[in-house]
Write a protein that binds this ligand. Structure first.
Ligand code: HSE
Length: 295
């Protein structure tokens, strides 16, 4: 049985829609081996599909088919920490587990680049799948077939404090509310900020991050689907967060915070409780520079 560890991911990072994403130290674990038929169990009680429609299973099976290998079935044991449909890359984690796991079981016929390409083809965009596989912060352009990417390790003691609402928001729905066209000015607004984000994160110019996370492509439209999001942003800024952005398609909200801002998460928890958001979770995370690993 191989054991796969896959990190959660946070995509977009404000202005880098479908282009920027980073991996976080919050993990799903998947044990996998070849077997006869479909045997899928959840080890932690999370409700998961246990048939052929299971995303890990389906992704793994597709890789066997692509490689022209005989496929009889798989035994899969899942431990799911990453919450589903919350903007933390849960579906990408399943796709990567399936592809990376199947690749290992077959003796690694596919290269890392091929796995990056295939996972983006399945997900439709690379900004969760690539960092889930590679770790660190990943800048990626998906041309429809191939992902042109750079992974950079981030050595920072910045904290990524994620606020996870108590409801799901499917990426499909959160993409439906996006505009078909944007103006030239808005395009410049976004591309300049996306570029500023990674350069500032990697060089330690954290005072730029608040400007860098602003965007005109998706957050203004999606924030309307998340009640209290604006209030939570304002509260986090009043507690000295460097930056606040919508994680992926939402509904999770991400605060980037200095390590010396020791009591940020506790104070935010207190404020959320006072806003009547006691069922929303607050988790203090850090960047994972390793990505998916297999034992
Ligand atoms: N870039 C994608 C989106 C991420 O914003 O729709 C979804 O997880």
């Amino acid at each position: 049985m191989i054991k796969i560890k896959i990190p959660a991911t946070s995509a977009n990072l404000g202005a880098g829609f479908d282009a920027l994403g980073l991996a976080l130290n919050y993990y799903n674990y998947v044990n996998m081996e070849e077997s006869d038929g479909v045997n899928i169990v959840s080890l932690d009680g999370t409700e998961i599909p246990t048939g052929e429609d299971n995303l890990i299973y389906a992704s793994a099976k597709s890789l066997y088919e692509i490689c022209g290998r005989k496929f009889t079935g798989l035994t899969i044991e899942q431990t799911n920490s990453i919450p589903i449909a919350r903007g933390l890359g849960s579906s990408s984690a399943c796709i990567i587990a399936g592809l990376a796991g199947a690749n290992r079981l077959m003796g690694d016929p596919l290269s890392l680049d091929e796995l990056v390409n295939l996972s983006a083809q399945i997900e439709g965009h690379p900004d969760n799948t690539a960092p889930a596989l590679l770790g660190g912060i990943v800048t990626a352009v998906f041309d429809g077939k191939v992902v042109h990417w750079v992974k950079q390790e981030v050595h920072t003691k910045l904290k990524f404090v994620v606020i996870i609402p108590d409801f799901e928001l499917k990426t499909e729905k959160a993409r439906e509310c996006l505009p078909q066209d944007i103006s030239f000015g808005d395009a410049v607004y976004n591309l300049s900020r996306a570029a500023l984000f990674s350069a500032s994160l990697l060089t330690g110019k954290y005072e730029n991050l608040r400007t860098a996370v602003h965007d005109k492509l998706h957050q203004p439209h999606r924030m309307k689907l998340i009640p209290h999001a604006r209030e939570v942003f304002d509260t986090a800024y009043s507690l000295d967060a460097y930056a606040m952005y919508l994680s992926g398609a939402g509904p999770s909200l991400m605060a980037i915070v200095d390590e010396e801002n020791e009591f940020f998460a506790g104070k935010l928890r207190f404020s959320l409780d006072r806003m009547g958001l006691g069922t929303w979770q607050v988790k203090e995370l850090a960047i994972d520079n390793i990505g998916t690993s297999i034992e």
